[in-house]
Design a binder for this molecule. Structure first.
Ligand code: NDP
Length: 278
């Protein structure tokens, strides 16, 4: 039997990147899925990729819209219940960094960027989790949040509001995990390193420049020790593991660093001191 048969999963931000890969993995493994994002065309691509994997369209619920709005948050939850009758898995993946039109970095970023960053990367997750909670308690379900290695403990001063929002998401994960575990609901978090997705474009980085960055980082082991920039499915497989109670039931409230070793590197140690002392 497929590991997610009879399960219903909501995967936010599934019109691209990590969310799309996760939706495909869960659906292929038997889950009925609600997929969602603002871009209708890209969301349709996700749907078609799931169908191409042999899944019937009756197992896919598509909601187009902005997850920071009450209307779409309600639609995601209510349509899932109407179509599939329950919620077993909530993957809070939708998220992005925000930039102004000239790409200002650091604390010179306008406070409106702080507002939009926290609205998407934290507030919408808190609200969706609150709305999904009774349904997840009813099924003793799973929540997986998608954070980032920028949550710390290293500073990320170029994108301060983004990294602060992810640090807050990590703490949200721990707090809600301890509150919900007595009700049988498990909450965990994945913190990816660099993954090949639409993320740089969301920051205004052109596609070619993104490829240059991915190639540079992936081929420098002092950036990514495993020697490869992640594909979205590398993260999707970890999300699926955390959603699979039969395999991961004893992991509660953890933030899993999935970064090919990036956060283990300290710049001090990347220099050859023997060369320096010659
Ligand atoms: P993508 O840009 O490829 O995907 C982001 C997804 O979020 C898209 O489906 C996008 O859909 C959705 N989204 C963004 N804003 C909204 C909104 N207002 N309403 C509804 N949906 C929205 O990037 P990733 O796959 O990389 O990002 C997924 C998660 O992974 C994010 O939380 C990100 O912070 C995190 N992450 C990514 C890393 C990376 O290197 N790629 C590293 C660490 C963390 P649409 O545009 O259609 O609205």
């Amino acid at each position: 039997m497929a590991r997610f048969s009879n399960k219903v999963a909501i995967i936010t931000g599934s019109s691209n990147g990590i969310g799309r890969a996760t939706a495909i993995i869960l659906a292929k493994d038997g889950a009925k899925v609600t997929i969602t994002g603002r871009n209708a065309e890209r969301l349709e691509e996700t749907k078609q990729q799931i169908i191409a994997a042999g899944i019937g369209s009756e197992n896919i619920n598509v909601i187009v819209g902005d997850i920071t709005t009450t209307e779409i948050q309600d639609k995601i939850i209510n349509s899932t219940i109407e179509k599939f009758g329950k919620i077993n898995i909530l993957v809070n993946n939708a998220g992005a960094p925000f930039m102004d039109s000239v790409g200002t970095l650091g604390f010179s970023q306008d406070i409106s960027i702080y507002d939009s960053t926290f609205e998407l990367n934290l507030r919408s997750i808190v609200i969706l989790t609150q709305k999904a909670r009774p349904y997840l308690e009813a099924t003793k379900g799973e929540i997986i949040n998608v954070s980032s290695i920028t949550s710390g403990p290293q500073a990320h001063s170029g994108i301060p509001f983004y990294s602060m929002s992810k640090a807050a998401l990590d703490q949200f994960t721990r707090n809600i995990a301890i509150e919900l575990i007595p009700f049988g609901v498990r909450v965990n978090c994945v913190n990816p390193g660099l993954v090949v997705t639409g993320f740089p474009q969301a920051m205004g980085t052109p596609l070619e420049a993104s490829k240059t960055i991915y190639d540079f980082m992936g081929s420098n082991r002092d950036c990514i020790p495993i020697g490869k920039t992640a594909d979205p499915s590398d993260i999707g497989n970890i999300i699926a593991f955390l959603a699979d109670r039969s395999q991961s039931f004893y992991i509660v409230g953890q933030t899993i660093q999935a970064d090919g070793g990036t956060t283990l590197i300290m710049a001090m140690n990347t220099h050859n001191l023997m060369e320096l002392l010659k």
